[in-house]
Design a protein around this ligand. Structure first.
Ligand SMILES: *Cc1c(COP(=O)(O)O)cnc(C)c1O
Length: 384
């Protein structure tokens, strides 16, 4: 069975975890701090706050931006549900912006049109959660210009894009955004099992993120200065969560991070071999954009036949050959929960058209040349 994605774990990774198990700290401790510094340095951001998973990273990013009841957040319908759920957790409402038919990221043209209408109606978003789909950065300059013009904040959902670049900046540098949220789920560029991180260049956002990941509990300066408050003293000053990462996870992440260039390089080579092998097949292969270098989280093809059942047929026949492709994503607004909120099929036609044709082929660093050859042969077998 060839899976669409899986983690790549080395003996060094295992040693790193064992070392922590033999140390004094299991929960958030020195390994978490080291991992935060390493990811911030790698991405070129000032601050990093590690959390328990990518969903927590998105939730805390929204809270740090003071997203709450009465606010509106916009995101891409072509994403994992967490990109939208994070706004709902804060009591805000959510809306979507249709995707670009080439990059499958949020469409800047649709965003402009929607912003003009929202301004007339007095319903501008407080924040836009921008997913870098499949590892390829959004058009960040355009997004940042619109953010300034219309006064909304930008949270990058960078779950797919650790290791990718936009122009001469790494995704996560937050050059064109307020915060970037990463996930270290096993299918992502590097893994900590479960895990996530928020990067930012703003000190006050970092302080809020740190507070909210541990229950809203602070150790105020007076602890050390006033004899009335001993070492035991702490204060809860906000309603936060237990969203901490453990040192066990951070040690794994740190060890994985040392191999990130190999991971991303291997992913890019697999992607380019697919694209070469598929010329001549009725497929739309991923477009690569000038000024952007993808982290190649996914290799998505669109099955172009005009027949609605064609993608299903290709998916099923690949399974019979032992090749487990996937589909990313069921448009968020079409899920039953979101339909109950008032969204309907037909509202974001580009994302829906894309969904009906898309297939994510196996792509991960440990996919061997032989396995990839089987996938390529399989595609030639099942397609006319
Ligand atoms: C993986 C992912 C997340 C976060 O996932 P967690 O499992 O909570 O780490 C968020 N958004 C997108 C687009 C993702 O792919």
């Amino acid at each position: 069975m060839i899976r669409y994605s899986q983690q790549s774990i080395s003996d060094e990774d295992i040693e790193a975890v064992i070392d922590v198990l033999r140390s004094d700290w299991l929960t958030q401790g020195p390994a978490v701090e080291k991992f935060e510094t390493a990811v911030a340095d790698y991405c070129g951001a000032k601050y990093a706050v590690a959390v328990s998973h990518g969903t927590a990273a998105l939730h805390l990013a929204c809270l740090a931006m003071d997203v709450g009841p009465g606010d509106i957040v916009w995101t891409s319908p072509n994403s994992f549900v967490a990109s939208a759920n994070c706004a709902l957790y804060c009591g805000a409402s959510i809306d979507f912006v249709d995707i670009d038919p080439i990059s499958y990221n949020i469409s800047i043209d649709s965003l402009k049109t929607k912003l003009r209408r929202a301004e007339r109606e007095g319903r501008l978003p407080k924040a836009v959660v921008a997913l870098h789909f499949a590892g390829q950065s959004c058009e960040m300059r355009e997004l940042a210009d619109l953010g300034r013009a219309y006064g909304f904040g930008i949270i990058e959902d960078a779950a797919h894009a650790l290791g990718g670049c936009y122009e001469d900046t790494r995704v996560g540098s937050c050059t064109y955004s307020d915060m970037s949220a990463f996930s270290f789920h096993p299918v992502k560029t590097i893994t900590t099992g479960e895990g996530g991180m928020v990067l930012t260049n703003e000190r006050d956002l970092r302080d809020k993120l740190m507070l909210l990941r541990t229950h809203g509990i602070d150790r105020p300066a007076k602890c050390s200065s006033d004899s009335q408050y001993g070492e035991w003293y702490y204060e809860q000053v906000d309603l936060g969560y237990n969203y901490r990462m453990t040192d066990i996870q951070a040690a794994l992440g740190m060890s994985q991070l040392s191999r990130i260039d190999n991971f991303v390089g291997r992913r890019a080579r697999i992607a380019s071999r697919y694209s070469e092998a598929f010329s001549g097949l009725p497929l739309q292969v991923p477009a690569t954009h000038p000024n952007v270098s993808s982290a190649w989280h996914l290799y998505v093809v669109r099955v172009r036949s005009g027949k609605k059942s064609e993608r299903r047929r290709v998916f099923d026949e690949l399974r019979q050959l032992g090749i487990f492709a996937q589909v990313h994503y069921i448009p968020i607004h079409t899920h039953p929960y979101y339909r109950k909120l008032g969204f309907a099929v037909g509202q974001f036609p580009e994302a829906e058209r894309y969904y009906n044709e898309t297939l994510s082929l196996p792509l991960h660093p440990d996919l061997s040349d032989e396995e990839q050859a089987l996938v390529i042969d399989g595609m030639h077998k099942v397609l006319p």
